[in-house]
Design a protein around this ligand. Structure first.
Ligand SMILES: Cc1ncc(COP(=O)(O)O)c(C=O)c1O
Length: 444
């Protein structure tokens, strides 16, 4: 049975799927894997048409409660009443110009004002570009080549970081190698020479970081990390230990805040946990659903790389860098987040979701945990504690996929295990989602 027939056969709870079925067939012909991104909704292809508030609608007009929010980019929700007009104004003014523009300046100023470790920023077009340039900048600044990263962290899809992220997909032979400091490529196509420039440490293991930096520190340009790694909280003192160890060997510390930036608070995870990196990468929220990314840091580093004290500026450019529509949406989103009570609302809704989901796991007797901070929650189908990516390998992935399909059938749009709430989510929407999650667990 092909995917399209599966829809007609199985999906009934949400109504007719005629247009979806036709479009899914066309997608299967036009895209080699019928997908746009890594998200795999098989056997229920979804083709989205529009979003409003905390909901999204597919091409057949079926409504979904949206906890995916464009991979977390839409922290203001769909078509926010203050963000949408800002986007429209910029589109009507001609869109983008490939030149310095007021929207880009407005966005950059807001980032600089909100994040204490950032004196100035460079704008790029995606989170992946931000990490690419942050690593290049660290190499240029230190004159060193190696990069230390953490197992299971995600920093985008460039070669240099598509390493030792997808531990769950490894076969037994490669899993045995995981504790090694040498990376395992996430997919074919990543040159050996690139792999040789990367070292890997387990998250939350300060002793391992100190050991690796003591041995290789003189050749390490940067340590790149998600301070809150995917769904794993840093243990008390871990981020500070990495901060101290990088300082001791002269490597730069890069916090990838593409998820946590402006989500854990105006100053991101660095403010939430009280540890300042040298460079910060941002994305998602600062584009309001349009492609955007940024790298920021203190004047000492930014000026040495691009400004007054630069010997040979680092090359950073792009046709769409500082895209005016994305910047206008990003600036309007940051303004919406700076309204009184905005973060309180996001944090309260996130806590409500986590508590409700935890109760559902307990009520149904399904082994699972719910992680997260602020407006982010993560479903984990195993009840073991998780301090690093290896601890998460015991998760029942098949169970997770069954629950995900059950949610999709019940009109919940969420990718895999991670969900977000937005400024436009209602408490009732969160409760409704929890009820549908409980029902999906009940079907198991
Ligand atoms: C922590 C982190 N870094 C980098 C990226 C890459 O960002 P983008 O998808 O915009 O290239 C992502 C994307 O999800 C991310 O979660």
């Amino acid at each position: 049975m092909d995917a399209a027939n599966a829809v007609e056969g199985k999906r009934g709870t949400q109504g007719e799927a005629r247009r979806t079925t036709a479009l899914a067939r066309r997608a299967a012909a036009a895209f080699p894997d019928a997908r746009l991104t890594a998200a795999d909704t098989r056997p229920f292809p979804v083709v989205m048409a529009r979003g409003a508030g905390d909901r999204i609608y597919d091409v057949d007009g079926r409504e979904y409660l949206d906890f995916h929010l464009s991979s977390g980019a839409l922290v203001a929700g769909h078509a926010h009443p203050d963000v949408q007009p800002a986007l429209r104004r910029q589109v009507e003014a001609g869109g983008n110009f490939g030149a310095m523009n007021e929207a880009a300046i407005e966005l950059a100023e807001r980032i600089v004002a909100a994040v204490p470790s950032i004196d100035s920023v460079k704008l790029v077009v995606s989170g992946t570009e931000a990490t690419l340039h942050a690593i290049r900048m660290a190499r240029a600044y230190t004159g060193r080549d190696l990069v230390l990263r953490f197992e299971g962290a995600y920093h985008g899809h460039l070669d240099m970081v598509s390493l030792s992220n997808k531990l769950a997909t490894l076969g037994p032979a490669d899993r045995a190698k995981v504790p090694d400091i040498h990376p395992i490529p996430d997919c074919p196509g990543i040159p050996r020479a690139i792999q040789d420039l990367c070292l890997v440490a387990p998250f939350n293991d300060a002793a391992a970081v100190r050991r690796i930096l003591a041995e290789h520190g003189e050749r390490i340009a940067c340590v790149i990390m998600e301070p809150f790694q995917r769904f794993i909280e840093p243990r008390a003192g871990f981020l500070q230990a990495v901060r101290d160890a990088t300082r001791a060997c002269g490597a730069l510390l890069i916090f990838d805040e593409i998820v946590s930036g402006f989500r854990f608070g105006p100053g991101g995870a660095q403010e939430h946990y009280g540890v300042r990196p040298d460079l910060t990468t941002l994305g998602k929220i600062i584009g309001a659903g349009y492609p955007n990314g940024a790298i920021g840091g203190p004047a000492e580093i930014m000026d040495a790389l691009f400004g007054k004290t630069a010997r040979a500026p680092v090359y950073l450019a792009g046709t769409f860098a500082g895209h005016a529509v994305a910047a206008a949406g990003g600036a309007a989103t940051l303004d919406a987040l700076s309204q009184p009570g905005a973060y309180e609302k996001l944090f309260a809704l996130g806590a409500r979701a986590r508590e409700g989901l935890r109760s559902a796991f307990a009520r149904r007797g399904v082994p699972g945990r719910v992680f997260g901070v602020g407006p982010l929650f993560h479903l984990h189908f195993d009840d073991a504690d998780v301090a690093n990516a290896r601890d998460a390998l015991g998760e029942d992935k098949a169970l997770r996929k069954r629950v995900w399909n059950g949610l999709l059938e019940r009109g919940i749009h969420i990718t895999g295990a991670r969900g977000f709430v937005s400024l436009q989510h209602a408490a009732a929407t969160v409760d409704d989602f929890v009820g549908r999650f409980d029902a999906a667990l009940g079907d198991l």
